[in-house]
Design a protein around this ligand. Structure first.
Ligand code: ADQ
Length: 453
């Protein structure tokens, strides 16, 4: 939760951050264990996460979870209303706060703008109908003046769901606006990028000796060709599918045994939830099985680690990985793919990228596209990646790097705030009950913010 005009209070729940710069004030909200279990591990991650990623079978609709989700959203909304002054901008992040926008609008000055960025996909109506309290969720989100998604497809699906499940809403698909309960919400697609300059410069300052040390630490033969996967341990990331493709790759290419090592860095996530525990168990046992099948006394095909990696190590691996595999089954955007490209400063990497991630819209034409469910196809693309000429690697990466740099995190912020300012100005030209003041030609709808590249 970020508000533009935060007053610092002396109560102990406010803290200036980052500690050495004190750029803004963070207000912490206390949540009980029960609230965290039901709100975070419950409705957010047992209902909304699987729903939005198109896994309705994984939805666990436990009693009281939605009620806690509502209560915690109220808690956030109350906290915001204590800080949101006239003309403030409230910028909400993600699926944990779907009810907050409407609650906030009811308790802040009319001149305040409420915007929200939804970091994960939005499902098709046939999936959304499985959402418990789906109508409340849509109503909550239509408390926003601006609602952002990574890609146009998610924005369009949101409009589809509103159209279908809130019959009294007036959906304008051309302008991507929704008029509901005397309020207008503008829906936009603004793909998120990474801090490309920072990954570039951090990768440039890595030391080849660090790679040698990492190889030693993880028992990787020096000089081996390196593949890389880096993900949260989440069932959307397609890790077992990636492992199956690696197994097929080593079956098809005995010559690569001992010569190619795949490092899979996985970060345990939401481990309170059974589905995640089972997923972690499956990934670990598949790694062991494949390593038993192909490994030798001095070489393992897959080096699996759940270690927390310092940024220097992360950048070392990104820079020196000959192939990075992003095989998500569904992924709102996927920042890892963009970080890899930004850190590939020598122009000799290769990115295998699932067609099912938001980042594919920006990078798909020059990455090596994969369907994560097609084991044979992914194995073949990996063969291709490892046999690509230096010229082709460089040519593909040049374009990928241009796109990652021109659509970086700074440009995403600028685009978000262009839109926020625009809806703020539009709201100024009509009061919140919808009475529109006459606008001059220069304020017309042609004022589109610069689209992200
Ligand atoms: P995530 O699902 O978490 O994000 P992703 O976009 O790849 O997925 O971002 C993960 C981030 O965590 C990356 O910045 C990565 O570098 C970092 N990370 C992961 N493991 C790490 C480790 N061991 N050490 C250091 N850093 C690590 C959600 C959505 C995505 C969407 C983002 C942003 O699921 O689709 O792209 O939000 O909107």
């Amino acid at each position: 939760m970020v508000t533009q005009t935060l007053r610092s209070a002396d109560d102990c729940n406010c803290v200036a951050v980052p500690p050495d710069e004190e750029a803004y004030t963070l207000r912490r909200l206390d949540l009980s264990e029960e609230a965290i279990d039901a709100y975070y591990y419950g409705f957010s991650n047992r209902v909304l996460w699987p729903l939005c990623h198109g896994f309705p079978d994984l939805i666990e609709n436990r009693p009281n979870d939605f009620e806690w989700y509502r209560r915690v959203n109220e808690q956030f909304a109350e906290a915001v209303s204590e800080h949101a002054d006239e003309n403030a901008i409230v910028w909400l992040q993600d699926y944990h706060l779907a009810l907050a926008p409407r609650l906030i609008q009811g308790s802040i000055p009319d001149s305040t703008t409420v915007a929200h960025f939804w970091h994960i996909p939005w499902p098709i109506p046939e999936t959304f109908r499985h959402c418990p309290a789906g109508g409340h969720l849509l109503e909550g989100l239509l408390g926003n003046d601006l609602l952002g998604f990574h890609v146009e497809g998610y924005a369009d699906r949101f409009l589809d769901c509103v159209d279908r499940f809130l019959p009294t809403a007036d959906v304008d698909r051309t302008r991507r606006t929704i008029r509901y309960d005397e309020r207008t919400t503008r829906v936009v697609a603004t793909p998120m990028g990474v801090d490309a300059e920072a990954y570039d410069s951090d990768a440039r300052s890595t030391d080849r000796d660090r790679l040698t040390a990492l190889f030693e630490e993880y028992g990787i033969p020096q000089g081996t060709t390196l593949g890389l996967g880096l993900d949260r341990l989440d069932y959307t990331k397609g890790i077992p599918e990636r492992l199956a493709a690696l197994e097929r790759f080593f079956e098809r290419n005995p010559g690569w045994r001992g010569e190619f090592t795949f490092v899979q860095k996985a970060t345990p996530s939401r481990t309170e939830i059974g589905t995640y525990q089972q997923y972690g168990d499956l990934v670990r046992s598949e790694v062991q099985r494949i390593n038993r099948r192909f490994g030798t006394a001095d070489w393992r095909p897959i080096v699996y680690t759940e270690d927390v990696l310092p940024r220097e190590d992360l950048c070392t691996l990104y820079r020196h990985a000959d192939a990075m595999v992003v095989s998500s089954l569904v992924d709102g955007m996927n920042l890892v793919a963009q970080e890899y490209v930004a850190a590939s400063v020598d122009g000799d990497g290769a990115l295998l990228l699932s067609t099912r991630v938001g980042a594919h819209e920006r990078l798909g034409s020059h990455a090596l596209t994969i369907d994560p469910a097609d084991v044979e196809g992914v194995a073949a693309q990996l063969e291709y990646a490892l046999s690509m000429s230096a010229h082709e690697r460089q040519r593909r990466l040049n374009t990928l790097r241009q796109r990652v740099f021109s659509g970086d995190i700074q440009s995403w912020m600028a685009t978000q705030f262009d839109w926020i300012n625009r809806v703020h100005d539009d709201a100024g030209s009509s009061d919140k009950s919808g009475r529109t003041r006459r606008r001059t030609d220069s304020e017309s709808d042609s004022r589109e913010p610069t689209p992200p590249v």
